[in-house]
Design a protein around this ligand. Sequence first.
Ligand SMILES: Nc1ncnc2c1ncn2[C@@H]1O[C@H](COP(=O)(O)OP(=O)(O)OP(=O)(O)O)[C@@H](O)[C@H]1O
Ligand SMILES: Nc1nc2c(c(=O)[nH]1)N=C(CO)CN2
Length: 182
Amino acid sequence: MNAHTTSEPSEAYIALGANLGDREQTLLDAIGRLDAHPDIQVQRCSDLYETEPVGYVDQPSFINMAIAVRTTLSPLELLRYMLFIEQELGRVRSVRWGPRTIDLDLLFMEGVTLQTSELVLPHPRMEERAFVLIPLADILMENDLSGFTDIVQSAMRKLDGKDGIQRWKTCSWRTAFAPSGN
Ligand SMILES: Nc1ncnc2c1ncn2[C@@H]1O[C@H](COP(=O)(O)OP(=O)(O)OP(=O)(O)O)[C@@H](O)[C@H]1O
Ligand SMILES: Nc1nc2c(c(=O)[nH]1)N=C(CO)CN2
């Protein structure tokens, strides 16, 4: 894996969602597993939000949140590690947009645009999903150099509203807004 790492760390944003089992515990477990990787450091965690299901609506409500990480992994290595964590935490793929113990979506990675069958960056459905944008707003950095904050704020202005999205809890994994490199 290290053969593909880049030397300079990049910032990446990840959306998390869960609607089966102990949703909060699974989300915290996933964050812990990301941070346990030697080439990933979790920087900031949003609050946890309880959200009504979108797309396939006949399923339990979700807990959604977002995190910022710093990593020297390549985008594909990071995605594959996220998919590995989903498997470890018991995700079973059946219905598209259906219920899941855990969903990890890579939203954005500093300086990267990609369009392959395995990975599209920025995430193509991010801007229409209030359950992604509202948690993300908690952890955006002002004046970030890559323009991600502008993209998210502009998408938020186009949202119909915040219906079906309730702030639920602060993240007990690490709520401090830690500077990079911690
Ligand atoms: N930015 C991305 N983040 C996560 N997965 C991605 C991304 N771009 C492409 N994919 C691919 O999408 C595949 C399916 O992902 P997943 O099952 O989590 O989709 P979903 O959460 O049901 O739906 P959606 O993609 O609309 O969020 C993954 O195996 C991955 O290869
Ligand atoms: N509220 C909510 N709805 C969803 C979610 C999700 O994380 N939260 N994920 C989906 C598939 O990516 C489909 N629908």
